[in-house]
Design a protein around this ligand. Structure first.
Ligand code: SF4
Length: 377
């Protein structure tokens, strides 16, 4: 699908550090005349120590620090908004058209130096797991805007503005880790803005950087890619030998309701998604997660739960139920708590592992695309 993009990362003479894997970085530093081990040192400073200022990389010679300063960019874009929710969730709005180094507070959106067409959101969600360990999940974006345009989602309102690069995807996680009281990010979910599998090459390169022991070192099982469901790309993803969790945004118990909510469902049936999900399980051994957003009175009734149970029984899967968060100007309602519980009970009685995902950061508009949408008014 060809889409005209409204924003593109400007060409630069420097390389974005977060785009590079260990081999590419080694090649880059040696081609500048630095010894090979500088690459390892750089990776250690950035990923392990959280340092991106070459002047603070004390085991590098002054000459090499200068070379690094003039040949690499560490942060692209600028975080123009930071929010902290009462439950500890933190959110960043990054404008990729603004220069990170610009300290000026005059973020002149009206002068076309940024604006919603070049902004994405990322969120850090803290939680304590059932085993008592502290989880810090980064929810990141893969595109600016989204080409899918789900009817209930603020991210899809203006269509797709741009694909993020692998480095821009990875940078979000690194920046979230630097926020107050965060530190090491333990889990990553591609559930922010965008359809990750329609930006396949950048997303799969980012997955490698996120998982690599010299990179963010986050285990494959702690990474989730959430897709509206592109069967061909799901099958490709199944073969990259990174057993990440695949989450399919089903959101409806039949094709008819799905097509009302998700424009791309016109091209992909639930049967095709089931076939791709089974292929993913066969190749990776990983159960697929079905994401299901409950919209009051629309897809949250007992008959919908029974239909959904039938789909789930034909798969190796678990189900995540998500209560819809109201978005101003959209005609959907948050479901009644009693309906949510009844829906879960029907699925559980059918033997399907079903969780209700807790709403986090409601006081900071943490639903996908909400902050960008509100910031653009
Ligand atoms: S729900 Fe996901 S796929 Fe749908 S418009 Fe929003 S970001 Fe895109």
């Amino acid at each position: 699908m060809q889409t005209r993009l409204k924003y593109q990362t400007p060409m630069s003479n420097t390389q974005h550090f977060f785009d590079l894997d260990d081999l590419q970085l080694t090649q880059a530093v040696t081609s500048l005349g630095m010894p090979k081990f500088r690459a390892k040192q750089l990776l250690d400073w950035v990923y392990s120590k959280g340092v991106i200022d070459p002047d603070k990389m004390t085991n590098l010679s002054a000459k090499d620090r200068d070379l690094i300063k003039s040949n690499f960019t560490f942060l692209l874009g600028k975080a123009i908004h930071h929010q902290l929710a009462t439950d500890g969730t933190q959110k960043l709005l990054i404008d990729w058209a603004l220069d990170h180094a610009t300290q000026s507070s005059s973020l002149d959106v009206l002068n076309n130096q940024g604006g919603p067409e070049s902004q994405t959101e990322c969120v850090m969600i803290p939680a304590t797991s059932e085993t008592g360990s502290n989880r810090k999940t980064a929810c990141i974006s893969s595109q600016v805007g989204c080409p899918v345009g789900c009817k209930f989602c603020a991210s899809g309102i203006g269509g797709l503005d741009a694909n993020l690069t692998a480095g821009q995807i990875v940078q979000q996680i690194w920046q979230l880790a630097q926020l107050p009281n965060v530190g090491r990010i333990t889990n990553v979910v591609f559930m922010g803005m965008g359809e990750p599998l329609s930006n396949y090459n950048a997303v799969t390169q980012a997955l490698k950087l996120i998982n690599a022991s010299w990179g963010l070192a986050i285990g494959a099982r702690k990474i989730t890619v959430s897709t509206v469901g592109l069967p061909a790309q799901i099958k490709r993803l199944a073969t990259i030998e990174l057993p990440i969790t695949l989450a399919i945004s089903l959101h409806a118990p039949n094709d008819q309701i799905r097509q009302q909510l998700i424009p791309w469902a016109e091209y992909v049936t639930i049967e095709q998604l089931k076939e791709a999900a089974n292929f993913y399980f066969d190749q990776t051994g990983r159960e697929v997660t079905l994401e299901y957003i409950l919209l009051g009175q629309l897809n949250d009734q007992p008959e919908h739960a029974r239909e959904l149970a039938q789909i789930a029984r034909s798969l190796r899967c678990n189900i995540n139920l998500i209560r819809y968060n109201e978005v101003q100007g959209m005609p959907y309602n948050r479901p009644q708590s009693s309906d949510v519980l009844a829906f879960q009970t029907i699925l559980q009685n059918a033997g399907i592992n079903t969780h209700i995902r807790a709403s986090r950061g409601r006081d900071i508009a943490a639903a996908c695309g909400q902050l960008r949408h509100e910031h653009s008014k």
